[in-house]
Ligand binder design. Structure first.
Ligand code: ATP
Length: 435
């Protein structure tokens, strides 16, 4: 333990009083019950970076579950234990939760581990982690509260902005770390250290991704997509050969890169509009990555990545209908025709059309649809039709749809006009009305 920096002051400044209070209580309880407890992971990393992160990850020597149990009543929380992982989650009355993990020793990592070395358990637990910047820990026990543990020069790498792996075989052991490293690099605008990058590339060459289950691969892709700065992360993934490694033609090219960066702009625009429907970013990005592939390849890639069925269906729709939609959008369309064309499509498909086609008239129509037409409704309802004495049935839906079309095309604009229009509709149909 080289570094005995005390970060109590930083903690006090950065963390809400309530969180500080909980941490003090946990430390006091640990003293009393004979446990050692540490704050670890992203929580400590982000604390030193000055970024908010209140995901409290604690490591306990030597039994997280029994310690969490003893805290349960003390903090009036709800406890969920996971004995197979020796972890526990304590949910406090405020709804905030604290995660407890048992400090683990991996003997292969420290063949000569000697139990009498103080701190060895926490040190070995930290050694199992992905990157040096994630190996920082802060002591929470009463007497030493706030002491930073930095066995692997994590603070230095954090300061210098370096993503450094802890040992050669790290990526072979767990290939998801490749994606994690790329995400951290993009998120913090750090640099993956040369040797680490080489380990990543070498592990890819030996086929580590082939052994990764599709569900995990999908999750890691998704995590990358949802990073704010995902564009840099995607470029890095491409640079070290991840896309090619999964399928040769998946490699990025100018066209895909441009489309993805337009997608980024469109999503930003969409979010600013604060529409209430959220967009599935992975549909847009996967659609872009798969776009120029033949259908059987798209299917097998979706299978390889175990893309969930719902998402997969939207991706297929998006890729398969983009051309048709574009063609139709080139035509002269009344508002009602524009709505009829686009309303049945998932939002992602519509946004994808926007990203793909650099055609002013198409873009204008799509934006016009999203901004001015999509939400347009009418004033009259089935109740009004009933009051008119029309027998309820499928005709109601049809009638109201016709009124909406008229409204979209500016033929009617008030509820009186709508009523008039609907009466006319039924008169033409020869419906018998009361009165
Ligand atoms: P994010 O902000 O993306 O959630 P994080 O590091 O803050 O990342 P987690 O992904 O929940 O949070 O991980 C918590 C800690 O667990 C990390 O800081 C890291 O030390 C460790 N960890 C997580 N995944 C791995 C892994 N695959 N290999 C090694 N250590 C890991």
């Amino acid at each position: 333990e080289k570094n005995t920096t005390d970060i109590t002051e930083l903690m006090t400044k950065r963390l809400p009083d309530k969180v500080m209070g909980i941490l003090y209580l946990i430390g006091k309880k640990a003293d009393k019950e004979g446990y050692k407890v540490y704050g670890v992971g992203g929580f400590v990393r982000d604390l030193l970076l000055g970024k908010d992160n209140l995901d409290l990850d604690l490591v306990v020597e030597n039994d997280a579950i029994s310690f969490a149990k003893s805290l349960k009543n003390y903090l009036n929380g709800k406890l969920k234990t996971f004995p197979q992982y020796q972890t526990a989650r304590l949910t406090l009355p405020s709804g905030k939760h604290v995660d407890f993990a048992t400090a683990r020793i991996e003997y292969y990592a420290f063949p000569a581990a000697s139990p009498e070395v103080e701190q060895s358990t926490i040190k070995q637990d930290l050694y199992r982690r992905d990157f040096t910047i994630n190996t920082l820990a802060v002591k929470l026990n009463g007497s030493t509260f706030g002491k930073l543990l930095d066995f692997f020069d994590g603070a230095k790498d954090l300061k210098e902005g370096i993503i450094r792996v802890l040992y050669n075989l790290s990526f072979v052991e767990d290939p998801t770390r490749i994606f994690r490293g790329i995400r951290f690099e993009a998120r913090f605008n750090f640099t993956i250290e040369d040797q680490t990058l080489l380990f990543m590339k070498n592990s890819l060459i030996t086929g580590v991704l082939d052994k990764l289950p599709g569900e995990k691969l999908y999750e890691e892709f998704r995590n990358v997509f949802y990073e704010e700065n995902f564009m840099d992360a995607l470029m890095k993934m491409d640079e070290i050969g991840i896309f090619e490694n999964i399928f040769p033609d998946l490699k990025l090219n100018e066209n895909k890169i441009e489309t993805i960066s337009i997608i980024q702009d469109i999503l930003q625009w969409y979010e600013q509009r604060s529409y209430n429907k959220s967009v599935s970013k992975e549909v847009l990005i996967f659609s872009c990555l798969f776009y120029d592939q033949p259908a059987p390849i798209v299917s097998s890639l979706s299978e390889r990545l175990k893309i969930p069925t719902k998402i997969r269906e939207v991706i297929f729709t998006t890729i398969n209908h983009e051309n048709y939609l574009t063609k139709k959008l080139e035509e002269d369309l009344k508002n009602s025709e524009l709505v009829e064309l686009l309303d049945g499509y998932p939002l992602e498909t519509i946004l994808f059309v926007l990203a793909r086609k650099d055609n002013k008239s198409i873009k204008e129509k799509v934006y016009y649809f999203l901004e001015n037409l999509k939400g347009v409704g009418i004033s009259i309802t089935g109740e009004d039709l009933k009051n008119l004495g029309i027998k309820p049935g499928p005709i109601y839906k049809k009638a109201l749809e016709e009124v909406r079309k008229a409204r979209l095309d500016g033929i009617v604009s008030t509820s009186e006009e709508e009523l008039e229009y609907v009466l006319d509709f039924f008169a033409k149909k020869g419906e018998r009305l009361n009165g």
